[in-house]
Design a protein around this ligand. Structure first.
Ligand code: BEZ
Length: 244
């Protein structure tokens, strides 16, 4: 691995990005589904963090939000803390990226604990200078020239980007949707299937293109073929393993 400053924040000290040599300095890289995420170092509310060391072997929910002491961000933090057991059951670690300093974020976390009784027990990065946010495509200048947008990146335990979604500053994210998407990806990884629109855990899923076309036998009586290109699979009674 080599350590270079990618595209943003030349001359700035925080947010050293460590990328594979294949990410040439002249290429404007933005995370895409399927990429191995670059390693990076950051200052967080829980001290210095080296991403691969922190994330390895777990799913990661990496999310940017604009700033401490703001209303939508406060509700998102509370919603994430309220779902901490749901994330733990799925082997998911949480890492925030904020446009506020560690000091301001810690004061805000204390205030959330005092006023609402929710303890924030995961690290959030101080990205005041916007170096990491810029590299990860979290600065959308037309939405805000100051704050990062609400961008979420879900990574699997191999550090591969599996899902990306972007919300504007005034729309809070749905924690239920994050969990649902993780359930879907973990099921897909385990059974080589697909999940339909509005799927919820425990509901029928779809055979993947591969199974649909060549192999009706795989799922036996649990498979209900609707068209040559669409077949439903009734879930097995066995609860799928989570957090693979
Ligand atoms: C909010 O989280 O509500 C917010 C964040 C940045 C600017 C304005 C509002």
């Amino acid at each position: 691995m080599m350590s270079i400053q990618l595209f943003a924040g030349h001359g700035k000290k925080r947010g050293r990005i460590i990328v594979p040599p294949a990410y040439a300095k002249t290429v404007k890289w933005l995370p895409q589904i399927g990429d191995i995420f670059p390693n990076f170092e950051a200052t967080t509310t829980e001290g210095p963090l080296r991403f691969f060391d922190w994330a390895e072997g777990h799913w990661s929910f990496l999310f940017s939000h604009p700033a401490a002491f703001t209303p939508v961000c406060t509700t998102e933090m509370i919603a994430l803390v309220a779902a901490k057991e749901d994330f733990a059951q799925r082997n998911v670690k949480l890492l925030g990226i904020s446009g506020s300093s560690v000091k301001d974020q810690q004061a805000w976390h204390d205030d959330i604990s005092d006023k609402f009784g929710f303890e924030i027990e995961f690290p959030t990065i101080d990205d005041q200078d916007g170096v990491l946010s810029a590299v990860f495509g979290m600065i959308h200048g037309k939405e805000s020239s100051i704050w990062p947008i609400r961008k979420s990146i879900i990574l699997d335990p191999q550090m591969r980007v599996r899902m990306i979604f972007e919300y504007p500053i005034y729309v809070g994210r749905s924690t239920d949707e994050v969990l649902r998407a993780i359930d879907s990806m973990q099921l897909i990884d385990k059974l080589d299937v697909a999940t339909p629109a509005d799927w919820q855990p425990g509901e029928e899923y779809l055979c993947s293109e591969k199974h649909c076309i060549v192999d009706d036998e795989t799922f036996g009586m649990r498979l209900k073929r609707l068209t040559p290109y669409l077949a439903l699979i009734r879930p097995d009674d066995e609860k799928p393993e989570q957090g693979n």
